[in-house]
Design a protein around this ligand. Structure first.
Ligand SMILES: [Zn+2]
Length: 361
């Protein structure tokens, strides 16, 4: 007997089964990555052994991301979840709780050379709000020693220019209450903006994949090694490009403090109206202070960011006469047809854009 009332749910199930079919390859490691930059590393390490779902896609802002139901489903099915950590993905804790997923969350910044979060705590005023990053800046790098090698020179160079100690002059702390709704960690989370840190992320991914898929381990490690060679070539290229910029022209402005690692590694100084999170409010006093710094300190260029609202950057540019030098990719790659579709292209694009603007090209 035909029972039309029972048909609808069956059709629903059949449709779901069909949708699930293309992914049902039991040989592929199911990987969820929180944002596009990590996904690029994961593709390079995993090759065709992994099936990858990216939560925050190209040009997306992980700081303010709100997960969708599809994200919970992907995380629930994952063998491995790759994340930056350091409180970059504010949504991740909630998402993991909601899914009850059993996949390990691998925090890729683990073992990277980190910068302490200097957004707050460098101020002439006392503030008694309970932030956990009110640190002595002389200890910014006290955990660096086991990793220090050739970077030391540029590191010192950056310090000599006050980076990143003074970059939060631009921040006005009267808005401190606005921070209470989200959490900033002890460290600046944007560690991938250092190529040597990117290598740490890549190695961490290889080990996470090895732990989840022993049969593929040799291939993961070999992929990580060959991608590492490309990262080394990128590092040399960046240093050669940076060498073209005179030291007096190495202070630039971006929208939020996403580039302190780039600054540390390659001797640039970044100022920003927003803090280390795009959710940090910029205040009028902070912007005014930044404009004064532009006038006093010979800031050589100002840039838009792919993930940030351009309004303040345009305002500062128009009030100071500084020409907007292009767009930098901070926390996300571009779409595949854009100039920063991979990590290596992103770093190359950013550093060339900075060089060209700093030199007035
Ligand atoms: Zn950011």
């Amino acid at each position: 007997m035909f029972k039309p009332r029972k048909l609808a749910p069956l059709v629903g199930v059949a449709t779901l089964a069909l949708l699930a079919l293309p992914r049902a390859n039991a040989h592929e490691l199911q990987v969820v990555s929180t944002f596009s930059i990590i996904s690029d590393f994961a593709k390079n390490v995993g090759g065709d052994r992994v099936s990858l779902v990216t939560l925050v896609g190209p040009d997306g802002d992980a700081h303010s991301y709100e997960p969708r139901p599809a994200d919970a489903i992907a995380v629930g099915k994952a063998d491995v979840v790759l994340a930056n950590g350091l409180h970059f993905e504010g949504f991740l804790g909630r998402l993991m709780q909601a899914t009850g997923g059993k996949a390990p969350v691998i925090e890729l910044a683990k073992g990277a050379r980190l910068l302490r979060n200097v957004e707050e705590g460098h101020d002439d005023h006392d503030h008694d709000h309970d932030h956990d990053h009110d640190h002595d800046h002389d200890q910014d790098h006290d955990h660096d020693h086991e990793h220090d090698h050739a970077k030391e020179r540029s590191h010192d160079h950056a310090h000599g220019h006050g980076q990143p100690k003074e970059q939060d002059h631009a921040h006005d702390h009267s808005h401190a209450g606005a921070h209470s709704h989200h959490h900033h960690g002890e460290y600046d989370p944007h560690a991938w903006q250092s190529v040597s840190n990117a290598q740490v992320y890549v190695n961490n991914i290889a080990e996470a994949f090895c732990a989840a898929d022993e049969a593929g381990c040799q291939s993961y490690r070999a992929n990580a090694r060959s991608y590492g060679e490309m990262l080394q070539a990128l590092e040399s290229e960046i240093r050669a490009t940076m060498a073209q910029i005179p030291s007096s022209q190495r202070t630039v402005i971006t929208s939020h403090d996403a580039f302190a690692y780039l600054g540390r590694e390659y001797g640039l100084r970044f100022l920003a109206p927003h803090g280390v999170s795009t959710e940090s409010e910029a205040s009028a006093a902070g912007v005014a202070s930044l404009i004064r710094q532009v006038k006093d300190q010979k800031v050589s260029a100002i840039f838009l960011e792919n993930i940030s609202n351009p309004r303040l950057v345009r305002q500062i540019a128009s009030e100071t006469g500084l020409k907007v030098g292009g767009k930098l990719y901070s926390d996300a790659l571009s779409a595949p047809d854009g100039p920063a579709a991979t990590y290596i292209d992103m770093m190359r694009h950013n550093i060339n854009t900075i060089r060209d603007a700093a030199l007035g090209r």
